[in-house]
Design a protein around this ligand. Structure first.
Ligand SMILES: NC(=O)c1ccc[n+]([C@@H]2O[C@H](COP(=O)([O-])OP(=O)(O)OC[C@H]3O[C@@H](n4cnc5c(N)ncnc54)[C@H](O)[C@@H]3O)[C@@H](O)[C@H]2O)c1
Length: 327
């Protein structure tokens, strides 16, 4: 992708998280100023290690629940004109037990930040939406319009993300990227909030049996982190592309479906783990099949996920090998 000439000042909320840290790293490498915000609810300071001391990076340990957050940051950093809003409660089970907190952080705080960005005349506001916005809709592949007021969301997480995406997409500067299952280096395998790939890699490297919930025939659309960051740059208007209509909701996935058993087999082959998987009862609330239609963002911005699952898994595995804590 060709880089846009204009340098932007970017706020990244959730910068100490898995996705936010990769986004900040890339923005800095392209010469943009980055102001990062995180309260370490699920993120870690180590995720920022590669750019913590970059001269164009400033970090604020703050909650997105703070009033006037964007106003205060812009006063200190007048170049800011683009907000990548990723901070959220990311755990579906946690959201079930903490509905009000989830609505407050994932929806109300999003609206507040968006309104501040509009008032401050930011150029873009990019929101991290989720495939959970579709509930258990089985009309695959899932098209953006399928999630609507009638969707039965399986969790407050899905509901809050849906409402957030709607609100953001209705703003002239808003883009909501609906992510499917993102994976890659730095995803925390020990966290109860983490995705299946990081947990499988961790178990495989520990020479344990991979734990599969249900029959393993449930399928997901796994998208690699660097493809996600490419999508972010386009959504933020930071790449030369035909993507001029900057508001809307777009799925970010690969359009390819992989069952959990297929995934387990690939990971076993890559790691040399010969153990048969261990089957546990299906988890309540788990979605059976999830697959993105990726035509809308491809048409709007010329984006496609270019990393194959095997290549992405190899790169992720290498990182886990190098960074696994001693047992
Ligand atoms: N990883 C995925 O597969 C995936 C899929 C769909 C959507 N998403 C969305 O992408 C975003 C990033 O997810 P991730 O996988 O990097 O998760 P993550 O947990 O690694 O990152 C989220 C970050 O937000 C921070 N945070 C939480 N509450 C905060 C608050 N009140 N104030 C400031 N910071 C706060 C956390 O400490 C963490 O660093 C989230 O909005 C998530 O819902 C992720």
């Amino acid at each position: 992708m060709k880089e846009h000439q204009e340098k932007r000042g970017c706020v990244v909320t959730g910068v100490a998280g898995f996705v936010g840290s990769h986004l900040a790293e890339r923005l800095l490498s392209l010469g943009h100023e980055v102001v990062g915000v995180d309260n370490f609810f699920s993120g870690h300071p180590e995720n920022m290690a590669s750019f913590r001391d970059h001269p164009a990076f400033n970090f604020y340990e703050k909650s997105i629940a703070e009033q006037n957050l964007l106003e205060d940051l812009t006063e200190k950093h007048p170049s800011l004109n683009c907000c990548f809003h990723l901070a959220a409660i990311v755990s579906v089970p946690y959201s079930m037990d903490h509905e009000d907190e989830t609505m407050e952080l994932n929806f109300t705080a999003t609206v507040r930040l968006l309104q501040s960005a509009e008032k401050l005349q930011f150029k873009r506001f990019v929101f991290a939406g989720s495939a959970a916005e579709y509930g258990n809709d089985q009309r695959l592949p899932l098209q953006e319009a399928y999630a609507d007021e009638n969707t039965a969301h399986a969790s407050p997480y899905g509901r809050a993300k849906f409402l957030g995406s709607q609100k953001v997409a209705s703003s002239p500067l808003g883009v909501a990227l609906r992510f499917f299952n993102i994976y890659g280096p730095r995803q925390d395998p020990r966290s109860p909030y983490s995705g299946v790939i990081s947990r499988f890699l961790d178990m495989a490297l520990a020479e344990e049996r991979l734990t599969v919930f249900g029959d393993g025939l449930q399928a997901r659309d796994f998208v690699y982190i660097s493809d996600v960051v490419d999508a972010y740059l386009l959504a933020g208007g930071l790449q030369d592309s035909s993507f001029e209509v900057c508001h809307g909701i777009y799925n970010i996935g690969t359009g390819r479906s992989t069952t959990i058993l297929e995934l387990a087999e690939i990971i076993k082959a890559l790691t040399g783990n010969g153990n048969a998987p261990r089957f546990l009862p299906e988890r309540p609330g788990d979605i059976r099949f999830s697959l993105a239609s990726v035509e809308a963002f491809s048409k709007a911005a010329g984006w496609r996920a270019g990393t194959s699952l095997r290549d992405g898994l190899r790169a992720t595995l290498q990182w886990y090998r190098e960074h696994r804590p001693e047992e």
